[in-house]
Design a protein around this ligand. Structure first.
Ligand code: HXC
Length: 519
């Protein structure tokens, strides 16, 4: 055999092995489909630009012995790893293959994931994990557990350096769930994805409670009750389409700005709908998402944690083509009050935006912090402090817009000038005060009202006086606590102008290892 044909034979052998690796075991594939799940490479194809995936480690096999595992050494070791492109930009990927050892993680499997994480970190590109695995591979014992440790430490090293996205498309149980929890965003698909530290069997044994996997840790549970997941979808296609969209809004790493997308939406377009959306009476609700849509490019925004803590809205959007993070109180839910979950949700979003050079726009219409024993005993003080801490720590451009009421500590926390916002704008409907007029009059003039012949008349007069003197829409601007009063219709233009002025902002922070953020 000549050198050329020998070479060809080796290449043909390689192709033959690779085609069986790519195809996988037909029976396992059938089972995967019967569970309503796509196969690992179908998922990667949906995530990445066409034909852009480059796999590495496809020939990797474990070297473990015991429990007969030495007789079963499939290629890939149950995880497909490599890189590709999303809208032309580089992304690193790892994806469990549930058809092999239930996607469970052994030493070789873990090393493949760790290598991809190392490459992504060093190349400065996002890493996306498609999770569909049974957790630590039982036959590999502590080696499997240590594999997770190596992944967790890499998650933390990469935190705030490259975007990390976890997509849950199958089981994600036990300690395995902590890797997604350390990443920036968790996507889940209803019916096929479940995350829990202990499954229904253990729950039943320990607490006697009967609960299904889906109720305990399904997509709806985690996206609306626990807040573990940021997004929930009915199918994998919709889910992976949104992962692509999210990536299109993010910089590849913390040294870059998010991608700019030229828009036909004029920067000075008046916000014509705001005046009909927002009732002048501060007690009347409206959907703040309609306001956001009227302000941002093409009315398009991507809401994070839509179903969890809906009393605050966190969304990524574009203004004149530049990505911004929008934080807005939502009057349709609990009157837009700040509670434990809203504080945690917005704190993490602000922290993410700051880490990845995404300017912050804060739309304020807040009655205060939620009163009550449940909130106080649940630790609203330390949870509210998280939001305060995140804003105070943020060095990205920050613009506040006070739309209507903005009372008490909540006014300060919602990115006021006093905690470091760069520009504060307010509509003429603003009511910035320590508290609402009725409450304030009752506290300050309690004795005077009680002693009056006609207490109701005195109370009404005091309320009117308080409104006129301390809640007048010019009050904060006259004293420099607001930089400018604007026509609500000019909000888009004013924000675009302010953010353009702030582009290139550089703020130093003290030299320290890290702050001691409230947890
Ligand atoms: C090795 C495993 C496995 C595991 C499942 N398999 N779990 N192999 N280690 N942990 C294998 C099964 O033997 C089977 O192999 C194949 O994967 C598919 O599993 P099934 O049970 O048939 O599938 P299904 O009925 O769909 O159930 C999936 C499952 C269940 C819900 C994930 O398998 C399960 O509960 N597994 C155990 C999960 C677990 O407790 N993991 C440890 C978590 S603790 P064959 O050859 O028959 O196809 C953890 C610690 C992390 O992860 C610590 C970090 C510090």
């Amino acid at each position: 055999m000549g050198a050329e044909s020998y070479f060809q034979k080796l290449v043909d052998d390689l192709a033959a092995v690779r085609s069986t690796v790519v195809a996988g075991d037909p029976r396992a594939t059938e089972r995967q489909r019967s569970l309503g799940k796509l196969t690992v490479r179908e998922r990667i194809d949906l995530l990445l630009d066409k034909d852009s995936f480059h796999e590495i480690g496809s020939f990797r096999r474990h070297r473990s012995v015991g429990f007969g595992i030495e007789n079963k050494r499939p290629h890939t070791d149950g995880v497909v790893t490599g890189w590709g492109r999303v809208y032309g930009r580089k992304v690193f990927v790892y994806a469990h293959d549930f058809r092999i050892f239930g996607g469970s993680l052994g030493e070789a499997h873990a090393e493949k994931i760790q290598k991809i994480m190392d490459l992504a970190y060093e190349a400065g590109a996002p890493v996306v994990g498609l999770n569909d695995g049974a957790g630590a591979r039982i036959q590999e014992g502590v080696g499997a557990l240590a594999g997770y440790g190596g992944i967790f430490s890499r998650n933390v090293r990469a935190s705030g350096v490259i975007p990390q996205i976890s997509v849950i498309l199958g089981p994600c149980a036990g300690g395995a769930a902590y890797s997604p929890a350390l990443t920036d965003f968790v996507f889940m698909v209803r019916g096929i994805a479940q995350m829990f530290v202990t499954g229904p069997d253990v729950v039943r044994a320990v607490t006697g409670e009967e609960i299904t996997q889906e109720e305990l840790g399904g997509a709806d549970t985690h996206s609306s009750v626990s807040g573990v997941a940021h997004f929930a979808y009915d199918n994998e296609h919709a889910c992976l389409t949104d992962v692509r969209y999210l990536l299109s809004l993010l910089p590849s790493n913390n040294r870059e700005l998010p991608p700019h997308l030229p828009t036909d939406d004029p920067p000075d377009r008046p916000c014509t709908r705001i005046s009909s959306i927002v009732p002048p009476d501060p007690a009347k609700p409206y959907d703040v998402r309609d306001v956001i849509a009227d302000i941002v490019d093409e009315g398009d925004f991507f809401e994070v944690h839509e179903a969890w803590a809906p009393n605050i809205v966190c969304a990524l959007a574009r203004l004149d083509g530049h990505v911004v993070g929008v934080v807005a109180n939502q009057p349709t839910h609990l009157a837009g009050v700040l509670d434990i979950h809203a504080s945690e949700k917005a704190a993490r979003f602000v922290q993410f935006c700051d880490a990845f050079n995404i300017p912050l726009v804060t739309l304020v219409d807040v009655p205060g912090f939620m009163p009550g024993t449940a909130q106080e005993h649940g630790g609203i003080i330390r949870h509210g402090a998280k939001l305060l801490y995140s804003y105070c720590n943020a060095t990205v451009p920050r613009v506040q817009v006070v739309m209507r009421k903005s009372y008490g500590g909540a006014h300060i926390v919602m990115d006021s000038l006093s905690i470091g916002s760069d520009i504060s704008l307010a509509w003429p409907t603003n009511e910035i005060a320590v508290m609402g007029a009725e409450g304030a009059a009752n506290v300050v003039f309690r004795k005077e009202i009680a002693a009056a012949e006609d207490p109701d008349a005195v109370r009404a007069r005091k309320i009117a006086q308080y409104r006129e003197e301390l809640m007048h829409p010019h009050y904060a601007a006259e004293r420099g606590f607001v930089d400018e009063l604007i026509d609500p219709a000019h909000t888009r233009a004013a924000l675009i102008s302010a953010l353009a002025a702030l582009r290139g902002k550089h703020a130093e922070r003290p030299d320290r290892k890290h702050g001691n953020q409230p947890t």
